[in-house]
Design a protein around this ligand. Structure first.
Ligand SMILES: Cc1cc2nc3c(=O)[nH]c(=O)nc-3n(C[C@H](O)[C@H](O)[C@H](O)COP(=O)(O)O)c2cc1C
Length: 246
């Protein structure tokens, strides 16, 4: 016979997003973890586009847990000038995705980067492009979109200030992506909505004070379809490693 808990739980879950404490008490957060080793996590956290599960709801509590981990990242002078906008509202997700899609059309029409004959990145490009086009069309279907922001404007700053600004946001963004992955979720790093007036339009949609706050990208958040992601083929270390001199 069904217990009171069995009957009430689905009703309650549909009424309010579960709290962190509620999930913890039921062991749900632990159960969601994939228990990857550190090296597995670092080598298999991919840009997920076609394997985002648009149909599975994402719990606020899990995203908050991932963001709490992200807040452990370093920031210049311990400034912690980061802000995180997580968008659940369907109309706003659509509006942001429309900006992305419009800018993506422009980006896709530009001549791509050229690589020397035989460079493995040439072979990888069609798959990346196909996957990126899919995301451009479907971004609005992600249960949540996240825009990481940093206090100040970075478009006209010198290299040191730029490095300090971005370096005080992007490590945390990567931590967030790792934390998602470790819980069977995924995202894709994207920056295309920022092109031209895109950042300003997104700021208007979300009420971000554009003159004081810089956006760092647009990140879909979703569970992934399967969790068996693989290490990517990269240029070999010897091509990019410099000991003692360039
Ligand atoms: C700074 C930055 C900007 C990126 N912008 C986009 C983007 O706008 N759209 C997109 O689909 N992917 C974007 N990517 C994802 C890259 O295409 C992806 O990281 C690369 O192809 C390697 O694949 P992987 O992340 O799965 O290893 C971006 C990645 C970075 C680091």
């Amino acid at each position: 016979m069904a217990s009171v808990d069995d009957i009430l739980t689905p009703i309650v879950r549909n009424l309010v997003p579960p709290s962190l404490a509620w999930l913890r008490a039921r062991g749900t957060l632990e159960a969601m973890k994939l228990n990857l080793t550190n090296d597995e996590l670092l080598s298999t956290t991919r840009s997920v586009r076609k394997r985002l599960d648009f149909d599975r709801p994402v719990e606020r509590a899990v995203v908050e847990e991932c963001l709490n981990l992200a807040l452990q990242a370093p920031t210049g002078s311990n400034s912690q000038g980061w802000h995180w906008i997580v968008v659940e509202d369907a109309a706003k997700r659509k509006a942001l995705s429309d900006i992305y899609k419009e800018n993506f059309k422009l980006y896709a029409s530009l001549p791509g980067r050229k690589y020397a004959d035989g460079d493995q990145r040439i072979a990888q490009m069609p798959k990346v492009r196909d996957s990126a086009m899919f995301l451009a069309d479907e971004m609005h279907r992600a249960p949540m979109l996240m825009i990481p922001c940093i206090e100040g404007r970075l478009e006209n700053v010198d290299v040191a200030t730029g490095a300090g600004g971005w370096g005080s946001l992007l490590p945390a963004v990567w931590s967030f992506m790792l934390a998602l992955r470790s819980r069977g979720m995924g995202s894709a790093w994207t920056t295309i909505h920022l092109i031209l007036e895109g950042e300003k339009k997104a700021a208007e949609i979300l009420g971000v004070p554009y003159d004081k706050i810089t956006q760092g990208g647009l990140f879909p958040i979703a569970y992934t379809v399967g969790t068996d992601f693989k290490p990517a083929k990269r240029l070999p270390l010897e091509k990019v490693l410099h000991w003692d001199k360039w």
